[in-house]
Design a protein around this ligand. Structure first.
Ligand code: PHB
Ligand code: FE
Length: 330
């Protein structure tokens, strides 16, 4: 389907269901929640996801502005970013749904799908559950509706324009502004770099301790932009448990494992066929190809640098085959 819907929708049923939750519609899609599950229905099918996993994925899809390429919530449901509009799909990147003709996809303007997703996240997140936190560091998502957690779900991630700590850019997370060192990072040195600038350049030479900065991150699987050089974005993040989305790339993406270990499941972006299992230990570097999707597993909190090339022309270059999907041909 290629129709783009921008009509102001009824954002959701006014009356809560017997569990206390509102239902939401987007085009022909309908979303309901009960005590344990999110139910998604479309004209030719329906699907269930655990609600904690659904809210973790929904939170990130919203916070990242639908990210680069595809955000699969699981093997069936997800979004594809067209940078101005977004496809909501069911079974679109699942070989079996495709062959059976049970997949469905609809395009919405970004502000519309954003609004409905935000309303759903707000209504379905109970008091005590933080979708950005690791499972050990948050309460339960389950049960009948009880309260809300606006503070957690409206967090803004750091998006530097030059480099954090540079004049006019984002402040650092230090003890002073209330972010404690995470329980898994007590061994990370907190010393500050010794900067000796030539006289007259004191405002232009900036350095910060990235490990100390990351040791105080209160969220998981949420890259923040700490430096920008033209289209080159350094997006480090701290990871624990499972990446809540299966990310389908529309460009090459580099990973630098800064500490501990993450294992990645790498699949074909379009069919979901397994392609590789990558174990990354501290110091390992990987280039994730432009035609895959991946999900990370981090047994303990770890530090990962995601290096993105934000050039807007990249998706078309890869899609047209003008650029190979890997930076190196073996
Ligand atoms: C990714 O899909 O590349 C990704 C997303 C979030 C992270 C790390 C990697 O925290
Ligand atoms: Fe990715």
């Amino acid at each position: 389907m290629s129709k783009t819907t921008d009509a102001v929708p009824e954002i959701g049923s006014i009356e809560p269901n017997q569990h206390g939750y509102r239902s939401f519609t987007l085009g022909a899609f309908r979303f309901d929640r009960d005590e344990y599950f999110t139910h998604v229905a479309w004209p030719k099918g329906h699907h269930m996801l655990p609600v904690d996993a659904f809210l973790r994925a929904l939170q990130r899809d919203i916070a990242w502005g639908f990210f680069y390429g595809i955000v699969n919530f699981d093997a069936v449901i997800g979004t594809m970013n067209h940078y101005g509009s977004v496809d909501l799909f069911a079974g679109r990147f699942n070989d079996h749904y495709r062959r059976a003709g049970l997949d469905h996809s609809e395009r919405f303007t970004t502000p519309l799908i954003q609004r409905v997703f935000e309303a759903m996240l707000d209504d379905w997140t109970n008091a005590g559950f933080d979708p950005f936190a690791s499972p050990q560091e948050t309460g339960s998502a389950f049960g009948p509706k009880h309260g809300s957690n606006k503070e957690a779900i409206t967090r803004h991630r750091v998006t530097a324009k030059r480099m954090i700590a540079a004049p006019g850019d984002e402040p650092l997370r230090t003890d002073d502004n209330g972010f404690p060192v995470n329980r898994h990072f007590h061994d990370v040195p907190q010393d500050k770099p010794d900067v000796r600038a030539e006289p007259g350049f004191e405002d232009e030479v900036v350095a910060f301790n990235l490990f100390a900065y990351l040791s105080r991150s209160d969220v998981t699987w949420n890259p923040s932009i700490v430096s920008v050089c033209k289209a080159s974005l350094y997006c480090p993040t701290t990871e624990e448990y499972i990446l809540p989305v299966i990310h389908g790339n529309d460009r090459v993406e580099w990973f630098v494992q800064l500490s501990d270990e993450i294992q990645w499941e790498v699949e074909d972006r379009d069919t979901g066929a397994v392609r590789a299992r990558v174990t990354m230990k501290a110091g390992d570097v990987a280039a994730m190809p432009a035609d895959i999707r991946h999900r990370g597993f981090s047994p303990k909190r770890s530090m990962l640098l995601v290096w993105e090339n934000a050039s807007p022309e990249l998706p078309a270059l890869y899609a047209s085959g003008k650029m190979p999907p890997t930076p190196v041909q073996f």
